[in-house]
Structure formats: structure tokens, C-alpha cells
Design a protein around this ligand. Structure first.
Ligand code: 13P
Length: 260
């Protein structure tokens, strides 16, 4: 197996934050990160598109990468309302979430479309954060592993590498509800995702980061981030509070001592 990947803490602001509030939040996170200094953790924030370009420029000199929450699978043309991956890159965006369950539910996005969006992101050189996760009824029916296996196979393109792809396991029933799976349940699903990635992508599959998402907060992050094969978190509500988001970043485990 490759070494433990550096954790990634990504904030998904969803459809929140008008200009002044968003700039204030980003400023608070950037200032709070300064003293955290060299702790090996990657940080991304995914604001609404209206703030992406300005935040991309504002945060360019910091360690914070600005991400997007969605993109078109297409390159350009007559597609009213859509934004291409290349446009995002051009606006200073470094990563893009695809296949979030809210888009799968609100816009009927399926694995084929998510795969095409991920390929569009990778083609620009940006990182794709590909979301998968079961609904409550699927979990109750004992289908979690089957659902996640199918979504992973369908949504992750063959071009995925550990340097350009991140998987986010987000149980739909845990998003915004304050409910989370147990640490054992998280470990079971992340272990399965790791095994599937390793089978398919070999060395890269061993090192592709697998984030947990769904009601991560300043109180539970410490324990969740220490579950095996949890390589960071995709944070919704708690990323709208700079103190909570910074605490989650600080809670990332220290890297193993070389040679130990
Ligand atoms: P919450 O952290 O608000 O549950 O949202 C998780 C999520 O959907 C991140 O993409």
C-alpha cells in the first residue's frame, strides 16, 4: 500500500453566502489557518459559483483551494445556464464536486452523467471530488455496500489517479440531519471503497483520498478522521462557521512518523 494520503478538508457551502458574508467567512478561515502553519492538511472551499472567481483570486496566495459544486460535462456551446469545467478552471477554480446527492436528487443526475462530468473536470487538470452514498431506505434494506459499489463503478472514470480524483462517501440520510453512521459503519464502507479502488486502479487506488461527508462537525470530526481509510471530510453546514471549520482542520491526525 502507498503511504497514508495527506487529509483533505473541503467545505461545501452549497447555495449559501451572498458576497459580503462569503468574503467574511473566507477571510476568517484564511486568517485562522495562518497559525496552523505547516500541518499537513489540504483545505478547499467550494462556494457558490457567484463567488468562485473572486475567492479564487483572493485566496490565491493562501493554501486554500477554491472549488466548484458542479459543472457541465460539455466543453462549450449553446447550453443556457451551464458552466464548463474549463470556464471554472479559467476562473481560478482548482477542484469540482460532481455527483453530490443533492444534484442526483434535484436534477436526476445518474452515474453516467456524473462520470462524464468527472471526465470533463479531469480533462482540465482540475481535481474531481466524486460523491457517492446510499439513502436511508437503501441502508435499512441492507443495500449500502451494493449501492456504493455500483455508484463507484459507474461514476469514477478510467482516467482517475490519486493526484486528480477524490471520492466522497456521503450517506444521504446523514446530510444536514445531525445523524451519522457509527465509526464502525463508516470504516466498513470506506474499507470497501478502498478495496474496490485498489482492485481497479492499483497503486493509485491505494492512495486516492476517500472523504467522509454527512453531519461532520467540530465535535465528531476528531473521531471520524481517525477511522481507517478516512482521508478527510466533505463538510456542509459546519463549513459555514469559520471556528467550526478550523477546528475540523485542526482535528486532522498527524502524519505517521517516517519508518514507524
Ligand atoms: P452537512 O455537513 O451539512 O451534513 O452536509 C454534508 C454535505 O452534503 C457536504 O457535501
Amino acid at each position: 500500500m502507498a503511504g497514508t494520503p495527506i487529509p483533505l478538508i473541503a467545505g461545501n457551502w452549497k447555495m449559501n453566502m451572498v458576497h459580503s458574508k462569503g468574503m467574511g467567512l473566507a477571510t476568517g478561515i484564511a486568517e485562522g489557518l495562518d497559525p496552523i502553519g505547516m500541518i499537513p492538511v489540504d483545505v478547499a472551499i467550494c462556494p457558490p459559483l457567484t463567488l468562485a472567481a473572486e475567492l479564487g483570486a483572493f485566496l490565491a496566495a493562501t493554501r486554500i483551494v477554491v472549488g466548484a459544486q458542479d459543472c457541465s460535462p460539455l466543453e462549450e456551446g449553446a447550453h443556457t445556464g451551464d458552466v464548463s469545467a474549463n470556464m471554472l478552471k479559467n476562473a481560478g477554480v482548482g477542484c469540482c464536486i460532481v455527483g453530490h446527492s443533492e444534484r442526483r436528487a434535484d436534477h436526476g443526475e445518474d452515474d453516467i452523467l456524473v462520470n462524464a462530468k468527472a471526465r470533463a473536470v479531469l480533462a482540465t487538470g482540475m481535481t474531481a471530488i466524486i460523491c457517492i452514498g446510499e439513502t436511508e431506505s437503501q441502508r435499512d434494506a441492507g443495500e449500502t455496500i451494493d449501492v456504493v459499489t455500483k455508484q463507484l463503478a459507474g461514476s469514477v472514470p478510467d482516467e482517475a489517479l490519486n493526484t486528480n480524483t477524490v471520492i466522497a462517501y456521503e450517506p444521504v440520510w446523514a446530510i444536514g440531519t445531525g445523524k451519522t453512521p457509527t465509526l464502525e459503519e463508516i470504516g466498513e464502507v470506506h474499507g470497501k471503497i478502498r478495496a474496490l479502488l485498489y482492485d481497479r486502479f492499483d497503486y493509485d487506488g491505494a492512495a486516492i483520498r476517500i472523504l467522509y461527508g454527512g453531519s461532520v462537525n467540530a465535535d465528531n470530526a476528531h473521531d471520524i478522521l481517525r477511522v481507517e481509510n478516512v482521508n478527510g471530510a466533505l463538510v456542509g453546514g459546519a463549513s459555514l462557521d469559520s471556528e467550526a471549520f478550523l477546528k475540523i482542520i485542526r482535528d486532522c491526525p498527524a502524519p505517521p512518523i517516517p519508518g514507524s
